[in-house]
Design a protein around this ligand. Structure first.
Ligand code: PRP
Ligand code: ZN
Length: 300
């Protein structure tokens, strides 16, 4: 790893909804970094992998042009870039390696609360404000709708109040931005989450080796992130019901708690997050002393 040519560059969102979790994910993969003074660059200390902090909208282009080898970006930004490029007669040159299971949000149509939405045909001849022109155009075309699109680079949610549009098409995650602007989500156009992409340009064997290694660690991290270790007590008779309720668990360990084994302790690794509802259902099925703990590392 002599020249900077041989080092892998990963593009990340500088500040925004994906920034913190993107960096956290790479740190969990065992990467250690020194951050540059301007905080736009991170030098990888223990692997030939460096980070570049950029605007999220620039990430697909940087990876497509092979300026960066990898990029962590929202599917919404990626899809907008891909459709935009294809309309301009260009090909977006990247491959999606993994979905990263964070940054979930959706690109949705939203209308003032009193708008009578009866499906896509209600959009006919109306005016929609968005930062996602290519995705919206594509959606309208598929639905066979003619509508005007007004481009807003930000603060799309104020367009209807300004009289600039009838509806908006924007990202929704908690829904609080819409609520604060008296808008109602009426239709999902695209479901989004963070993904990792790699340039389709040729990659040296050396670099590819490191990328493969990173992906292997990433798979481990993604699996463990969701996994929980669940412990509970249960009457033996309720065992089948209880095991059926444990999300994504295989062959739990059953330990007798009394002489005749009428009461048992169940220990299980659940490969999905365990929510309060699940715990309440388990309790309803006869479980008691429920304990859910995070899993630190896993090696199958
Ligand atoms: C999006 C969108 C809304 C907000 C919705 O912007 O434009 O303003 O998030 O989130 P909520 O449903 O949780 O209120 P984002 O923060 O992604 O900024 P960007 O579009 O400038 O990248
Ligand atoms: Zn953005």
């Amino acid at each position: 790893m002599n020249t900077s040519e041989q080092r892998i560059k990963i593009a990340l969102q500088k500040s925004g909804r994906l920034s913190e979790e993107s960096l956290d994910l790479l740190t969990r993969c065992g990467l250690k970094f020194t951050q540059s003074k301007d905080q736009l660059f991170c030098y990888g200390e223990n692997m030939p992998i460096d980070l570049l902090f950029v605007r999220d909208d620039d990430i697909p282009g940087l990876v497509s042009d092979d300026v960066c080898d990898l990029g962590l970006v929202g599917l919404n930004v990626l899809e907008e870039n891909r459709l935009g490029a294809s309309k301009a007669g260009k090909l977006a040159a990247y491959d999606q390696l993994r979905a990263l299971n964070f940054g979930q949000c959706r690109l949705s149509l939203a209308a003032p609360e009193d708008f009578d939405f009866q499906g896509p045909q209600s959009l006919q001849n109306l005016c929609i404000a968005t930062s996602y022109v290519a995705i919206l155009e594509d959606y309208l075309q598929q639905e066979n709708i003619k509508a005007d699109i007004v481009y807003f680079s930000g603060a799309v949610e104020i367009a209807p109040r300004l009289g600039k549009a009838d509806l908006i098409c924007d990202l929704v995650s908690t829904g609080s931005t819409l609520a604060a602007n008296q808008l109602r989500e009426v239709e999902t156009v695209l479901e989004s989450e963070a993904v990792i992409i790699q340039t389709s340009a040729e990659t040296s064997d050396d670099k590819q080796c490191w990328i493969d290694r990173l992906m292997q660690r990433l798979d481990g991290v993604l699996q463990v992130r969701e996994s929980k270790y669940v412990m509970l007590h249960a009457p033996r008779g309720a065992l089948d019901d209880i095991v059926a309720l444990l999300p994504g668990s295989e062959s739990p360990t059953v330990i007798p708690l009394d002489r005749n084994g009428d009461k048992v302790a169940v220990h299980a690794v659940c490969r999905e997050n365990v929510f309060w509802e699940t715990l309440e259902n388990l309790k309803g099925a006869g479980a008691s002393s429920l304990l859910v703990v995070p899993v630190e590392k896993m090696l199958a």
